[in-house]
Design a protein around this ligand. Structure first.
Ligand SMILES: [Fe+2]
Length: 380
């Protein structure tokens, strides 16, 4: 950016805000309380936490004197004899008149089965991610935009998946343990631990806060069958939003009962949530869908019939070839995906024909976003 961007041409005061016209003719409004709240002295130098209490001034505080001095804006406040000195570059970078909510979270790219021909685009080499920051950032960005990536040529020793999780942040523990072992075992407490096919699903919908990302690390896969499938739940939900409004409304407004009561648990986990959950901006927040974890539904009787129709419609689209990407996980592949957006599934495999062993990990979305914020030096 050139210097004009950070230089002031004109300052004027209204009854509630300081108005600045910059040398590049852009205009910023900074409200009095916002300015006082964000005085550089409001933050502890070490903890970087806000120490200024908004109740220590009145709501009518105003600048008694305001002037530009070199590369700073100086304000003498009407209360507590306080003087604030703002760096102009900081002010301009935090202007909220034209833009707000800066975030590194890459724009989501919804995909259909066309991703199958572009798998190389979302495939990364393990060593490069570990060694080079540039590759690490690129991987995290694609992971947040496509919601899925495959890391290739990773080590296949037991528990070696921890290294990449720890490079990001803290992993999410669940009652399945970390890592959880996806293999055919006697007396399983989850369908994943059989050789059966698994229809497309998101994991652990009975948690109030469902784990954000799932990493499935393929240590062995030489059994017959067991191909993997992934589907972009947001992409399918977006189709409903545009073309099947009534179905979309049912799935976003009906609280559905999910549960886990497997035989190893001394807990009975129950949680109600819509299958498609939106945030306050009406953007997609999460998809919860899992045949095995659907409880006996107790939706109001005048809504049950319509719900089942909507649920069936969505579920069939989530298994439609138009949206499905099928591939085979190879030894050393680490499939990473947003568990609250991307559904995953697998075909049945023959446990007598060879070994299939994956280790699974969870890590929250916020760990991934926070690492990206840090690496991309996002302003706060
Ligand atoms: Fe799963």
């Amino acid at each position: 950016m050139n210097n004009k961007v950070f230089a002031i041409k004109k300052i004027t005061l209204s009854s509630t805000a300081v108005s600045i016209i910059w040398e590049d003719n852009k205009k910023s409004l900074f409200h009095f309380l916002w300015l006082r709240d964000n005085c550089p002295t409001s933050f502890h130098p070490d903890t970087r936490m806000r120490i200024f209490n908004i109740l220590s001034v009145s709501k009518d505080i105003y600048p008694m004197k305001i002037k530009k001095e070199y590369n700073r804006l100086i304000i003498h406040w009407s209360e507590n004899n306080h003087i604030s000195k703002y760096d102009l570059k900081w002010l301009r970078n935090h202007c909220y008149t034209n833009k707000n909510s800066q975030s590194t979270v890459s724009k989501k790219i919804f995909w259909k089965n066309n991703l199958k021909s572009k798998l190389s685009l979302i495939s990364f080499n393990y060593e490069k991610i570990i060694k080079y920051e540039k590759n690490f950032i690129q991987w995290l960005e694609l992971l947040t935009s496509y919601g899925v990536t495959i890391i290739k040529q990773s080590p296949t020793t037991t528990n070696s998946g921890f290294k990449i999780l720890k490079k990001i942040g803290t992993y999410r523990e669940t009652f399945f343990g970390t890592p959880f072992e996806v293999a055919n075992i006697p007396k399983p407490n989850n369908q994943a631990y059989t050789s059966d096919a698994l229809s497309n699903h998101t994991d652990l919908p009975y948690y109030e806060y469902v784990p954000g990302y799932q990493f499935l690390h393929c240590l062995k896969n030489n059994a017959k069958g067991g191909n993997s499938t992934i589907v972009d739940g947001f992409s399918v939900a977006n189709y409903l939003k545009k073309n099947e409004k009534e179905i979309f409304n049912i799935l976003t407004n009906t609280e559905v009962k999910f549960k886990d009561n497997d035989y190893t648990q001394k807990s009975l986990r129950i949680f109600y949530s819509p299958i498609i959950k939106l945030n306050l901006q009406k953007n997609f927040d999460e998809i919860r869908i899992n045949l095995g974890a659907m409880a006996t539904l107790d939706i109001k009787s005048n809504k049950m019939k319509r719900f089942y129709e909507a649920y069936r419609f969505f579920y069939s689209l989530l298994h439609n070839k138009k949206y499905l990407v099928e591939f085979r996980l190879k030894k050393g592949d680490l499939l990473c995906f947003d568990n609250r957006r991307i559904l995953h599934g697998r075909a049945s495999f023959n446990p007598h024909s060879g070994n299939r062993h994956l280790q699974g990990y969870y890590i929250e979305r916020e760990e991934i976003y926070s690492k990206l914020n840090y690496l991309k030096k996002i302003l706060i």
